[in-house]
Ligand binder design. Structure first.
Ligand code: ADP
Ligand code: MG
Length: 317
């Protein structure tokens, strides 16, 4: 199979969302009048972002999901994706699985694959995503104010626990716990509806990809504020909750959660509780924004816990 057959067979879909899709020198898309366009790109490299033995369906899902998560963090509705990939060889079984995972998720959020690039090389996947939101309504990392509450969606630390066990199997994690953690690692669910709903209430938002401490840190840096979070309030799997002090790094600095961390004025507590019920998405109040700089973790009896790791950084570890 040559490159063009491969593109036609695996990456070309009929789509009503594009004026011109895969097959020309460029795609043509028609932005919704009165909206701003948001653009983001994310790359996944074998050995860095996923293990070589990952299920291709999971990889297809995750490749798109991590990009959709960036749109969620901006309060945007994702619309068009571009997929650039380097493949070591043409493996039809792998391609079938990968595109299944990718397009199942794309369909659910009405995202069209509008183009991309295909080359041979070490397995690398790069998605560029375009999204929209009404002019001026997008959310940023900047905007948190002293006195705001800090919230997080879903549960944190489970994906990191799965990675940790896969790297060095040092803890006696029950098999059923590991299975749910692995599912969270392989099939992250981007919080698109939540991001859109947060336009009304959030002062700042970030998605948790590099660990809660590191990503909340971005909100603090961009907003020039400080924060305190309650370690006991951080929502996680029941089993990990019993180990939260022994596994603090996994919980707050592990990453791969793809949940949203956001700040909102106290006056919105009721609205956020309602939102949580409407979206059937757990939303947990974990701390608050203060004046100053830096992030403090508080444990039992207000004791302060030193933070050891600042999340995942590709160039410093
Ligand atoms: P060009 O040589 O003009 O850059 P390509 O041969 O790279 O064009 O791509 C041909 C068409 O296929 C383009 O519309 C491009 O966007 C699309 N395409 C290539 N690879 C992919 C892919 N992996 N997924 C989706 N579309 C792709
Ligand atoms: Mg090209």
């Amino acid at each position: 199979m040559n490159e063009f057959e491969l593109i036609r067979r695996y990456f070309t879909q009929n789509s009503s969302n594009v004026v011109l899709g895969v097959g020309d020198d460029a795609a043509i898309v028609e932005p919704t009048p009165g909206n701003e366009l948001l653009v983001s790109t994310d790359m996944l490299v074998e050995g860095r972002h996923f293990f070589a033995d990952i299920d291709p369906v999971a990889l297809g899902h995750k490749t798109l999901a991590v990009n959709l998560s960036d749109m969620a963090a901006m309060g945007a509705k994702p619309r068009w994706a571009f997929l650039s990939l380097a493949l070591p060889k043409v493996d039809e079984r792998w391609l079938t699985g990968f595109t299944y995972g990718f397009f199942e998720l794309a369909k659910r959020y009405e995202v069209s694959l509008a183009g991309g690039d295909t080359t041979s090389g070490p397995l690398t996947l790069c998605v560029t995503i375009l999204g929209e939101s009404p002019l001026g309504s997008s959310l940023r990392r900047q905007g948190a104010q002293p006195g705001d509450d800090i919230w997080v969606s879903g549960v944190i630390g489970m994906a990191a626990l799965a990675v940790r066990q896969q790297r060095n199997n040092t803890m006696a994690v029950p098999a059923e716990v590991l299975a749910v953690c692995k599912a969270k690692l392989d099939f992250p669910e981007p919080r698109i509806e939540l991001g859109i709903a947060l336009r009304r209430v959030a002062s700042a938002v970030v998605d948790v990809s590099d660990g809660l401490v590191a990503d909340l840190g971005h909100i603090l840096d961009c907003s020039r504020v400080a924060a305190v979070i309650d370690v006991n309030a951080i929502p996680t799997h029941d089993w990990l909750a019993t180990q939260r002090y022994q596994c603090l790094d996994t919980l707050v600095a592990g990453g791969d959660d793809y949940e949203l961390c956001f700040t909102a004025p106290k006056q919105y507590r009721e609205d956020i509780a309602t939102l949580s019920r409407q979206l059937t998405c757990q939303l947990t109040h974990i701390g608050c924004i203060e004046e100053g700089l830096g992030l403090r973790l508080k444990g039992e009896g207000d004791e302060e816990i030193p933070i050891r790791r600042a999340g995942f950084d590709h160039f410093s570890h």
